[in-house]
Each structure stands twice: as structure tokens, then as C-alpha cells.
Design a protein around this ligand. Structure first.
Ligand code: FAD
Length: 466
């Protein structure tokens, strides 16, 4: 008899796990209380990137004359058309996923799922219909939601989470973004491109604090050039509605900031409430995350957890890969998750792509490192595109020449990074990258030149004066 697998949550973790398990012959039930695709497709990766591309195009069109293109009159944007395009992109993808699930014979139930016992999951549909599903294996993929600290009163208009900001109902005159992490920085560039006066406050000393320090520096410099105000080492003390209806924010330093709206993006809370974890005794950690091993197993046999709810790297592609691992293992495989070569992609302007150890992390581990850098302005392709800001940086093991990490801030960094991720996955040396012939003219040449620079022999870098 086929293995009966029930999955709670159809985000990029859950729906991918469902398809892989079906490919392996399982009878799969997938329960989703909102919409397939989860946060990634409906409120996260895809809608924000659709907005990023509208914003980038708007920026480019305003500089079209630099490329010899005449556009008569000033460029302007149409908010409802931008929103409409975003919604169309999302709905096309939603339909695509629903159709894939159908083709693979996955039984999709639109409702709320919870674990009743180690082999029964209850699904309650919106109309109250209840189904108890007998399951040989269960995968929890319930994801996360924006953290909403009590210092802010979220009315979802003036004080917003990322779920509100992505609706893109309007372009406020001024916006305070609390948190200069990935989501905060991406929104800062989006709103600024459409003319909002953006201020970002960050508790830590730098924006994108988990990235390599030199990458943060470039992004901070670009924020400054775009006239996004960044205040670091700053905590919000209070945020209240002022007499004129605008938001009045006071920082711990006493500095006061008045803005039309506030977007709070200071992290995510895991969706672990009311899904029956206590009923069966599934272990959770300090942040509320479900504890799993590298095989994505919880402390209970046959019950797996994947994606944001595990509190590991909160990225869509991580959720999906964890989903594949859980599905394979549920079907008798022996797969383990390796986080060491997972690339990350940040859609600031310019983009950031990174993989492996940051220089500071390698040094903290006591590894002797050599580094190489290459500025995009040294590339013909970057000049042809009119996108010369940024650099590629290679962090290499000084003893073995192995690539420890690669960090790129610049045009198409989120695509270029995959060459580095593959190199690292194959245990490549820095010389494997530098000696590989890279096509010309391409942006990937930056990675080759940065690898050459580790040995001080980058061709297109001026000789250093001794
Ligand atoms: P989710 O996507 O959160 O999906 C969980 C699903 O479970 C949801 O659909 C929810 O409705 C459902 N659910 C929850 N509880 C129940 C229940 N009891 N019963 C039934 N269904 C339930 N990541 C990237 O890699 N790249 C990006 O560019 C990127 N951009 C982002 C931008 C924003 C603004 C945000 C907020 C996130 C972004 N992320 C990005 C992160 C990415 O969206 C998440 O890491 C990813 O969605 C996690 O996938 P998941 O399957 O674990 O959970």
C-alpha cells in the first residue's frame, strides 16, 4: 500500500515536498489555510521582486537619455497598473502550482490543519467541514509571519508589516522603516524609487548585518546616494499617532522622526500555535522554532518539519530543499540538509548575492584567509549596461586555496552567485574559478577576476603601488 503522507502548509516548503513525495509514489494530502505558494508567492519573494523590477525600470527610464533614448516628457508611474501587474504575476504562479499539484495527484484541502495524534491530522475547511486524515508520515510546513512587537500599534495602514507594504496601496510621502535587514532594505529601495522620503533605523551597527562587512558598506553607500537616511545603533522607544495624523517616532537617543507611515520589519514569528505540537509532544526551541535534525526529522518518528517554522535559514529555496529532503526520507531515503553552500539573494539596488563564510566569520573560526576583490567598473559589460557600482569578493583558505565564501554586490549578483555556490559544493579551489575561461563580455568575469586577485594577479586591476 502507498505511504500516506500529510503536509500542513503549502508554501515553497510544503508544496515542493508534496510534489516530490507524489513523484516517489506517496498518497499525498496537502492542507493550506490561505493560498498555495505561501508567503513566498503571495506576500514575499515574488510580489516584492515584481515591485523591484517596476522600480528599477522606472529608475532606468528616467536615465534613458544616457543610453541615447529619447522619451518625450517626464517619466511617471501608474500605481494601480504596477499593482495589477504584481497581482497578475502572483495569480499566474498560483494557478501554475495548483495545476502541478493536480497533475501529480496531490489532494489539496483548503483549510486549517492540526495534528491530533502521531498518525492523524485534522483538516477544518472554511465551511466547517472536518476531515481526519490517517497518515503514515506528517510534514509540518506552516511557515512564519511578521513579528509584531507590542511597542507598535499595527493598524495596517499607518503602521505596517511587510504583508501590508507589499499590497502597495499607495506611495507615502515619507516612510520610517524599522529594521535594515533584507526585507527592510529591499522595501527602502522600492519606495525610494517611487519618490518616498525613506528613513531606516537599525539597532545594529550596520545594514544587512549578516552579510560581509564590505558588502554592507556598498549597500549603505548606495542608500546614501539614493537619499535613503540610515540611522544605525538606534532603537525605537515609542511610536505614536501625532495630532496631524502622521506617525511620531522617538528613538532611545531622544531623536524624533515624523513620517506619514511606518513599516516594521524586524524579523519573523514561527507559525506553531494551534497546530497540535503540544498534543503529541513535538519539541520546540527558545524562539518557538520546531527542532529538527539534518534529515528534517522532529523528535517524533515519522513527523518532519521544514521551512521557516524550523527557524534555520529563512529563505524560500531552503524551505523547498528541506521539503525535498523530508519527502525523500519519509519515502525511505537517507538524505541530509547541507546549509554550507546555500546562496542568498538580496534585491537591493544593486543586488547582493552571497554564499559561504563571510570574511569576518572565517576569521572568527581562526581560519587563515586570503581575499580577492574586483570592482564591476573594471568590466566592459558593466559599462555597456551602465551599471558599474559594486564588486565581487572571494574569501579563500590561505592554506588550501579552497573557496570559503563569495560575496557579490552589483548587477545580476543574485544570478552570478550560483557559479560560486556550485564551485563550493564541488569543493573547488580558488584557482579552479580563476583558471576557468569565462565568456566575454559578461558580468561573471568579475568573479574570475576576484579569484585572480586572491593571488594578486587580476588582469584588469591596476598594479598596487608598493
Ligand atoms: P510559508 O511560505 O510561510 O508558507 C507556509 C504556509 O502554511 C502558508 O501558506 C500558510 O497559510 C500555511 N499555514 C500555516 N499554518 C497552517 C495551518 N495550521 N493549516 C494550514 N495551512 C497553514 N526568500 C527568498 O529566498 N528570497 C526572497 O527574495 C525573499 N523575499 C521575501 C520578501 C518578503 C517581504 C518576505 C516576508 C519574505 C521573503 N522571503 C524570501 C522569505 C520566504 O518567503 C520564506 O522563507 C518562505 O516563504 C518560507 O517558506 P515556508 O514554506 O517555510 O513557509
Amino acid at each position: 500500500m502507498a505511504v500516506r503522507l500529510t503536509i500542513i502548509g503549502a508554501g515553497p516548503g510544503g508544496y515542493v515536498a508534496a510534489i516530490r513525495a507524489a513523484q516517489l509514489g506517496a498518497r499525498v494530502t496537502l492542507i493550506e489555510e490561505a493560498e498555495v505558494g505561501g508567503v513566498c508567492l503571495n506576500w514575499g519573494c515574488i510580489p516584492t521582486k515584481t515591485l523591484v523590477y517596476s522600480a528599477e525600470l522606472f529608475n532606468r527610464v528616467r536615465h534613458a537619455d544616457e543610453f541615447g533614448i529619447d522619451i518625450s516628457g517626464a517619466a511617471s508611474y501608474n500605481l494601480s497598473a504596477i499593482r495589477g501587474r504584481k497581482e497578475k504575476v502572483v495569480s499566474t504562479q498560483v494557478k501554475g502550482i495548483r495545476s502541478l499539484l493536480k497533475r501529480w495527484g496531490v489532494d489539496l484541502i483548503l483549510g486549517r490543519g492540526s495534528i491530533l495524534s502521531s498518525d492523524v491530522v485534522r483538516a477544518v475547511q472554511k465551511d466547517g467541514t472536518t476531515q481526519d486524515i490517517k497518515s503514515d508520515c506528517i510534514i509540518i510546513a506552516t511557515g512564519s509571519r511578521p513579528a509584531t512587537p507590542s511597542i507598535f500599534t499595527f493598524d495596517h495602514e499607518r503602521v505596517m508589516t511587510s504583508d501590508d507594504a507589499v499590497r502597495f496601496d499607495d506611495v507615502p510621502k515619507s516612510l520610517l522603516i524599522v529594521g535594515a535587514g533584507v526585507i527592510g532594505c529591499e522595501f527602502a529601495f522600492i519606495y525610494r524609487s517611487f519618490g518616498t522620503d525613506v528613513t531606516v533605523v537599525e539597532m545594529l551597527p550596520r545594514a544587512l548585518s549578516t552579510e560581509d562587512e564590505e558588502i554592507s558598506e556598498i549597500v549603505e553607500r548606495e542608500m546614501k546616494k539614493a537619499r535613503i537616511k540610515l540611522i544605525t545603533n538606534a532603537a525605537v522607544k515609542s511610536a505614536e499617532v501625532g495630532p496631524d495624523g502622521s506617525m511620531h517616532t522617538t528613538l532611545a537617543s531622544g531623536q524624533e522622526i515624523n513620517t506619514e507611515k511606518i513599516l516594521v520589519s524586524i524579523g519573523r514569528s514561527m507559525n506553531t500555535e494551534g497546530i497540535g505540537l503540544e498534543a503529541v509532544g513535538i519539541e520546540t526551541g527558545k524562539r518557538g522554532e520546531i527542532i529538527v535534525n539534518d534529515r528534517m526529522e522532529t523528535n517524533l518518528p515519522g513527523i518532519y518539519a521544514i521551512g521557516d517554522v524550523t527557524g534555520k535559514m529563512m529563505l524560500a529555496h531552503v524551505a523547498s530543499h528541506q521539503g525535498i529532503i523530508a519527502a525523500e526520507n519519509a519515502m525511505g531515503g537517507d538524505w541530509a540538509m547541507d546549509y554550507s553552500t546555500v546562496p542568498s539573494a538580496i534585491f537591493t539596488m544593486p543586488e547582493v548575492g552571497s554564499v559561504g563564510l563571510r570574511e569576518y566569520q572565517a576569521r572568527e573560526k581562526g581560519i587563515a584567509v586570503k581575499t580577492g576583490r574586483f570592482q564591476f567598473r573594471g568590466l566592459g559589460k558593466a559599462h555597456a549596461m551602465g551599471e558599474i557600482v559594486g564588486m565581487a569578493k572571494v574569501v579563500s583558505d590561505a592554506d588550501t586555496d579552497r573557496v570559503l565564501g563569495v560575496h557579490i554586490c552589483g548587477p545580476h549578483a543574485t544570478d552570478i552567485i550560483h557559479e560560486a555556490a556550485l564551485a563550493m559544493r564541488l569543493g573547488a579551489k580558488t584557482s579552479d574559478i580563476s583558471e576557468m575561461v569565462h565568456a566575454h563580455p559578461t558580468l561573471s568575469e568579475a568573479l574570475m577576476e576576484a579569484a585572480l586577485d586572491v593571488s594578486g594577479i587580476s588582469i584588469h586591476t591596476p598594479k598596487q603601488q608598493k
